[in-house]
Ligand binder design. Sequence first.
Ligand code: SAM
Length: 426
Amino acid sequence: MLERELSMRRGAQFSEEGNDDDESKTRKHISFAVRVTKLMGRIGVLWPLILLFLTLLFVSIAMHSRHLVCVSSYEPYSRMNFFGIGDLESDFETLGVPWCRSKHGRTVEWTSKDLLKGLEEFVPIYESRPIKNNMYGMGFDHSFGLWFITRWLKPDLMIESGAFKGHSTWVLRQGMPDKPIVSLTPRHPEKYLKKGPAYVDGNCTYFAGKDFVDFRSVDWGKVMKKHGITDVNQVLIFFDDHQNELKRLKQALKAGFRHLIFEDNYDTGTGDHYSFRQICDQFYIRGGGHSCFRDSDEARIRAKRKKFWEKAVDIEELCGPEEAWWGVRGEMRDDFNHSNKAISYGEHFKNSRFLESVLDVYWELPPVAGPSLTHQTRYDPGRAHSPIVEDGRYGLFQRLGLTRLEKSVFNGYTQMVYLQISKPGS
Ligand SMILES: C[S@@+](CC[C@H](N)C(=O)[O-])C[C@H]1O[C@@H](n2cnc3c(N)ncnc32)[C@H](O)[C@@H]1O
């Protein structure tokens, strides 16, 4: 009704204005002022509501205009910030995921479809594991990765370095039920049996306890002969011993092994040993190379991400003395960080060139599922590959049986990596 009344007056005013320009201007102003005063009188009680509405409208426009103007590669993060951590579908890889280039650009034979099929098969196997609580050992993601790669490669002999209570020995056994295992670990897994669950394999040669020998010092020729292995291509090595991975690679090369899995492939600035992920974090790779400038985009984004993800690293943590960001604050760590050595950027760069010169394949296991499904809170998705089961695919996550697992088993992802070493002379 108010609107009808106003429009009738508007019509009357318009016809009067046509008579005299100057007068009409004055009359128009008077008429407008009168109208506003009257209107304000009528809606007096509604003022607080109108003000609130206008404030909300203004804030909303301001926030959205930032999104429209600042189109950056980190846009998904601002989306995440805006809506909370539930909306993370496209948040993976936003900070870049450094990887190691191989000599001929080869990759693995398996596809994401194979990984999905594997997951379906592996979940019930994992549920039957003897060590239910494997704190300090592998969780679900890496157990799946180790099982999947083992089953795919079908080695005649499996060698592991670092067994702890024997969970990884059990996983290898599920991958190849009839093939021998060699396990190098300072404390024999049977020792843990006194206190609780552990796994000791019947077809495994243990170099453990008083018989412990480090991988570097084993007479591999003798071990191969004992197991009737004539082709080193048929041997799979699994390292979970927290030693400098470059050191382990050189030792494996010396023995002629070509298929290597490393459990803890720590990101730059994290972990207790120098890893391949760290080695390949170089300026010429997307997501590689960093600036210690505290006011950079990267610094700002890392600072925000640290609030969400326990293992995310901000610029203060990433950068050591003299702006050294490579390895861990410019250090090459080894042996559970019991030993570490500062290295120059030049040396770090040379290490990556060496690695590339002997590599046929570098493949990082993706996380099994997105954090909105697993509720993992540790690794930063911005530095990880897209998961096998992407965020939002709850139906698939449930169908695979992953909802039956405890949340804590998804918290141990550290970019497990499979390396295939090139044949000498290739
Ligand atoms: C993280 S735990 C291994 C976890 C195990 N793979 C699992 O999935 O449950 C690391 C193990 O490496 C062992 N270790 C330490 N130094 C080692 C070395 N030089 N060679 C082999 N194993 C070593 C430790 O005693 C420990 O059992």
